[in-house]
Design a binder for this molecule. Structure first.
Ligand code: SF4
Ligand code: SF4
Ligand code: SF4
Length: 168
């Protein structure tokens, strides 16, 4: 679906566009944008430099710059409660998705994402007569560390709820 058609569907309420990927611990989107005053505090606090100003000046996470270590500095920096500590739970429901550009699917040896994953959530499994990397959603914590090392940009992070309703 093209952008114009997607927007028309969005306006008709048939399909919602994927929401931006916010920093870890972000409140529900409506609460987040109400609380965040776009001070850039979280962006400055991130030692991995993976946060940037996105649409409307609100912070977004850019996994092409690197993965999140869940250090929590962005949360500490937020004085408005737009980001909240996640305790022992998960800060977000993101997971890695691999697409058809993956070199391994074309028979070219590459295991960069497997090597990069700190949770061993990516493994080679048989797919269409080849061994291809596949993500174990139960192990993936959405850190995004696999995105940047992929030489062909075949990995992106998606929100599970967007994926479940076909919007990712
Ligand atoms: S938890 Fe740490 S690494 Fe992750 S976005 Fe926040 S400041 Fe950056
Ligand atoms: S790093 Fe990219 S190209 Fe390499 S195996 Fe992983 S998804 Fe495929
Ligand atoms: S997002 Fe993190 S945990 Fe998930 S597959 Fe990629 S590197 Fe592994």
């Amino acid at each position: 679906m093209g952008v114009a058609m997607e927007r028309r569907a969005f306006l008709r309420g048939r399909r919602r566009l994927p929401q931006p990927l916010r920093p870890p611990g972000a409140c529900a989107e409506a609460v987040f944008v109400a609380r965040c005053d776009r001070c850039d505090g979280c962006i400055r606090a991130c030692p991995e430099r993976i946060l940037r100003r996105g649409g409307g000046g609100f912070p977004e996470i850019d996994f092409t710059r690197g993965g999140c270590t869940f250090c929590g500095r962005c949360v500490t920096a937020c004085a408005r409660g737009a980001l909240a500590p996640w305790g022992r739970g998960r800060p977000w429901m993101l997971e890695a998705r691999l697409d058809a550009a993956c070199l391994a699917l074309q028979g070219i040896g590459c295991m960069s994402c497997l090597d990069a994953c700190p949770r061993e959530a990516i493994a080679l499994r048989p797919l269409c007569g080849r061994l291809a990397p596949q993500v174990d959603a139960a192990r993936c914590d959405g850190c995004g560390a696999c995105v940047r090392p992929c030489p062909v940009g075949a990995i992106r992070m998606v929100r599970r709820e967007d994926a479940a309703r076909g919007a990712a």
